[in-house]
Design a protein around this ligand. Structure first.
Ligand code: SF4
Ligand code: SF4
Length: 433
């Protein structure tokens, strides 16, 4: 059945494409345009495709699939756009519209359903995954499987990712995260800590250090037990209904506590939390509550800075660079605080990275599903990273952290260079383990 243009326009956010004047200022800042060199893989080209759908000039919607699929969603194009095109809104709407019409094979549909509705939103399932990873690392299975060469035969380049997965927390360590922790000394703020799903399963140590840094800086911290996944992965995959359900669950969970800020330590999750107001803008029961949630949402670097920083030990002569998370920079607009915190470590030499604003190619699960394209983008990033001759590369998102670790391995730089999360670096400098 032929769909009306009105329906297509509403679903694909056609009206938003009208602000694009086709100037092309966004092209040089788009990593996929830089690496693939095709107009259809640029912001302007993607906007044009959506525009043509809304004007009935494209009727075969499958034409949009590859260009939109290969977009990183980094939203760097928005920062260069003189007319303020809301590219993120167009991308999100178009992806959701395509997913609604797509017929997935039965196994793919089952996998998507399981991951999006049963695994990511469930603390229990994510913790089971974290515990399984811990067992894999601790029982000798990891060594045996690495020796067997099996990893290189698995799909999605699993072997490459396995080599850089962080050491998982033990089940006992996992249980040690208290729900209320008092500030050291007089409390400056009371904050709720957002644990995330993947952060909680695979980067539990960074979560624990985050809470310690917050209390050290003067925050009393609450870890709300009913919280769930932020919904970022769902929104990127066009599963907007599920993303909205998770947003509602989080809003209801965090409303139970009276806090100054809701703090997260992952650029991608933080951007999703920050956009709850936009996500639920048309839901009468939720719009005001979502706005209130968004107003309280902060990256940990903002809160540590607002507290006046930390007491840090000198690290003389250490060369440090910073690879910012796209979602922290382009969505949450947090740029100053991470660098201020890094520079506050006495004795270090901070070296700014050329083209730091360009995505590293991680982008949620982009590096899993588009491995080759992601590695091209990473290789470009590593040219600039190596040029800094840094001892330490600091990131503010788990995906970027793994991607930079992979880049360091690929370039054979692991002897002299390491990638760490900002929280890990500050904790080391504060003497917190
Ligand atoms: S979101 Fe990133 S990859 Fe996608 S069009 Fe914009 S700049 Fe390019
Ligand atoms: S910079 Fe903005 S107006 Fe210019 S082509 Fe890109 S999206 Fe369109």
């Amino acid at each position: 059945m032929k769909e009306s243009l009105e329906t297509l326009r509403a679903e694909f956010a056609y009206e938003k494409t009208n602000s694009c004047v086709q100037c092309g200022y966004c092209l040089p800042v788009c990593p996929t345009y830089a690496s693939m060199g095709k107009e259809t893989h640029s912001p302007r080209g993607r906007i044009n495709l959506v525009k043509m759908v809304g004007e009935g000039r494209i009727t075969d919607l499958s034409v949009l699939e590859e260009p939109l699929d290969l977009c990183l969603g980094c939203r760097n194009c928005e920062t260069a756009c003189p007319t303020g095109v809301e590219y993120g809104v167009i991308l999100e709407a178009a992806r959701a519209a395509l997913v609604r019409r797509k017929t997935f094979s039965a196994p793919v549909r089952m996998l998507r359903n399981t991951m999006f509705t049963k695994v990511f939103p469930s603390k229990k399932m994510m913790r089971l995954a974290g515990n399984a990873l811990w067992l894999y690392e601790r029982t000798g299975l990891q060594t045996a499987i690495r020796k067997s060469g099996l990893l290189n035969k698995l799909p999605y380049h699993v072997g490459a990712f396995e080599a850089i997965t962080p050491g998982a927390a033990s089940p006992a360590e996992r249980k040690q995260m208290p729900q209320r922790i008092q500030a050291k000394g007089q409390a400056k703020y009371t904050v709720a800590f957002f644990t995330g799903c993947i952060m909680d399963a695979m980067f539990q140590r960074i979560n624990r250090l985050s809470v310690q840094l917050l209390t050290e800086a003067g925050c009393s911290v609450v870890v709300v037990p009913e919280q769930t996944c932020c919904g970022a992965l769902h929104a990127h995959a066009g599963e907007m209904d599920e993303a909205r359900k998770l947003a509602e669950r989080n809003i209801a969970a965090f409303e139970k506590e009276s806090v100054d800020f809701i703090v997260n330590n992952a650029g991608g999750c933080g951007a999703a939390l920050y956009e709850y107001a936009h996500l639920l803008a048309d839901e009468p029961e939720w719009s005001e509550r979502a706005q209130a949630f968004t107003e309280k949402s902060r990256d940990i670097s903002q809160v540590l800075t607002a507290c006046g920083g930390l007491h840090l030990q000198p690290r003389p002569g250490e060369r440090v660079t910073y690879q910012p998370s796209c979602h922290l920079t382009n969505v949450q607009k947090v740029t100053r605080e991470p660098i201020e915190l890094i520079r506050s470590v006495p004795g270090i030499e901070f070296i700014g990275m050329e083209q730091a604003h360009m995505c590293c190619g991680s982008a949620g699960i982009y590096n899993l599903v588009h491995y080759e394209q992601s590695m091209d983008i990473l290789d470009e990033k590593m040219k600039h990273t190596k040029a800094t001759k840094a001892d330490v590369v600091i990131t503010t998102n788990p995906g970027c952290l793994l991607q930079m670790k992979m880049g360091i391995e690929r370039e054979g730089q692991a002897v002299s260079m390491r990638a760490v999360h900002l929280v890990e670096y500050l904790a080391e400098a504060a003497g917190i383990s």
